[in-house]
Design a protein around this ligand. Sequence first.
Ligand code: SF4
Ligand code: SF4
Length: 236
Amino acid sequence: MNLVAHPAQSMDMDRLIHDFNLCYGCGLCGEVCPRGAITIDASRAADGALHKHPVLDETHCVHCGRCSSVCGSGAISQEKFEGLVQQMSEARQEHLVFFCRKLNLSQPSPMQGEALGLNTPLTAVRMMPQLSRVRLPQGVRLVDVRCTGRIGARTLLSLLLAGVKGVLIFACPPHDCEYGRESCLSALHVEGLNSLLDAYGMGERRVEILFEQPESPAHVEAVVERFRHGRLRLTR
Ligand code: SF4
Ligand code: SF4
């Protein structure tokens, strides 16, 4: 198999796009916002129907992306995710691997820590996955994201409909998440989408999420290979 070094495409997904004309008023964005930056305004139309409108106060927004991950209408989307769907389709890439940026911090490996004389128990020092050293087959794209909690079912489904066979997410353990257990939210999206795909006969477990710190580039490569061949069976 032809393996290539795979510099992770780093996506700083800060920019959210709001087009509330697309909103169908489900109110979910307001429910999941951890900062109360979105309130749901309700008004009655002339025919008596109740309409809900999200109102965003940007001064309270911390750009966590939760609102965008639950918005099914496209009223809140992420510019770079939309671009990624198009890129995957145009390049005919078959597998996408998302990687929480926190897992890729440049912390010293135990051996490096020892060489630096760090007074830290070796077990407490994380291995550095060194994504730039990960080698993957052609057709697999590696994307380093600010928080995997921003990956919602709508984005995942768009990727699959664009021809991507499978999406694998390396998320940080929920107790480590800087954004308040965001990775748990992405797990709900993954489970929901897989159930839907299964029910419609569109394939089993085409999306998978792991909550662990990979130990090395070889570890990442091995997990990706198992996923590509349908052998990654996670126990929950
Ligand atoms: S990005 Fe996060 S903080 Fe900002 S409005 Fe959306 S859910 Fe709230
Ligand atoms: S989640 Fe999306 S569709 Fe639902 S109220 Fe918020 S903006 Fe509108």
